[in-house]
Design a protein around this ligand. Structure first.
Ligand SMILES: [Zn+2]
Ligand SMILES: [Zn+2]
Length: 324
């Protein structure tokens, strides 16, 4: 019975951002503090970034009503006349967040230039494509210039067919990578990211560098998968919480976990810890190939292994086996 209940437990997750002008005398710090308190009282967990340009976040709750209440509350405190768009997904069994945090930053998504503000200076020839328009565009123009605006480690888990990976380590590199790219300025550029927020700034940057026609996928991959689970997106979509990624049906990944040693995504291939001998998984290929001390199940085992402490399993060879 207890396990039956546990299996049926479901968490409602919503991802959102909004660029707008806070029409208030309150400071951002004050708004952030009271929003955090409001969420804590209702056991809403997650991470929200606020700044003078708006907010950006993902939150989760075991109650759908609470998530709806949260959405109304955001409309209320932001006093925005526009509709804030929320991308919903789900998580079974456990909350994808351990904490509730509302932070104040200079930008709600950091490109490193506060002059780029989508609510103030969105150029006319930057357009949002609905998932259907995006899908049809790719279908009819398979050789389009498509750039994946996410980081390299996210793209490794999945991307759109035909999309270019500019091997970004972080979003602040985007302006320079645009300058260095071989994309043609007089041909259309299509861009996408997880939920759309990075494209809001990336598109303005590309436009300012002379790209004449820039299209961004409205609501990002999460919005596309909700309508086209079997469309042109291959693989899984990395998300910034304990789910690591979501599959084409927006369900938590069964294939990835976060690397024990570096925190980047890792496939679930099992191995016996070279230090303690326990069967484990969750070491990424980069760590695995880099040093034998990462053939360990934890930071603690890696530490003891590097000190040369006597171990159970030290001289056996630890091989990776595909998990599950
Ligand atoms: Zn690693
Ligand atoms: Zn171990």
């Amino acid at each position: 019975m207890a396990s039956e209940e546990k299996r049926q437990k479901k968490y409602y997750v919503t991802t959102f951002y909004h660029f707008f002008n806070w029409n208030t005398d309150r400071t951002i710090e004050d708004i952030a503090d009271s929003l955090e308190a409001w969420c804590r009282i209702r056991t809403i967990r997650g991470l929200i970034i606020t700044s003078t340009e708006g907010f950006n976040g993902t939150v989760a709750s075991a109650s759908k009503e609470t998530i709806n209440e949260f959405k109304d509350h955001l409309h209320k405190i932001s006093k925005t006349t526009e509709q804030i768009s929320f991308k919903d997904s789900f998580c079974d069994a456990s909350n994808p967040f351990r904490r509730t945090k509302v932070k104040v930053r200079e930008e709600i998504v950091t490109i490193g230039n506060t002059q780029i503000n989508p609510s103030k200076n969105l150029p006319k020839n930057v357009k949002h494509l609905s998932p259907k328009m995006w899908h049809d565009f790719i279908k009819n123009n398979p050789d389009s210039q498509i750039v994946d605006v996410r980081n390299d480690y996210e793209i490794e888990l999945g991307t759109f067919k035909g999309a270019k990976n500019w091997k970004m380590d972080e979003f602040t590199e985007f302006p320079k990578l645009t300058k260095d790219s071989t994309f043609k300025k007089d041909e259309p550029v299509l861009m996408f990211c997880t939920g759309g927020i990075r494209c809001e700034k990336a598109s303005i940057e590309m436009h300012s560098q002379g790209f004449k026609e820039v299209y961004q996928l409205d609501g990002g991959i999460l919005n596309y998968l909700a309508e086209y689970p079997d469309g042109y997106f291959n693989g899984e979509c990395f998300v910034f919480d304990h789910r690591v990624a979501v599959d084409k049906d927006l369900k938590p990944s069964k294939n990835y976990s976060l690397c024990i040693h570096c925190g980047q995504p890792s496939t679930k291939e099992s191995f016996d810890c070279i230090q303690c001998g326990d069967e484990s998984y969750g070491v990424c290929h980069k760590c695995w190939d880099q040093d034998t001390r990462y053939h360990t199940c934890s930071k603690n085992c890696a530490h003891h292994f590097s000190l040369g402490h006597i171990t159970k399993n030290k001289h056996s060879d630890s091989k990776r086996i595909k998990y599950g």
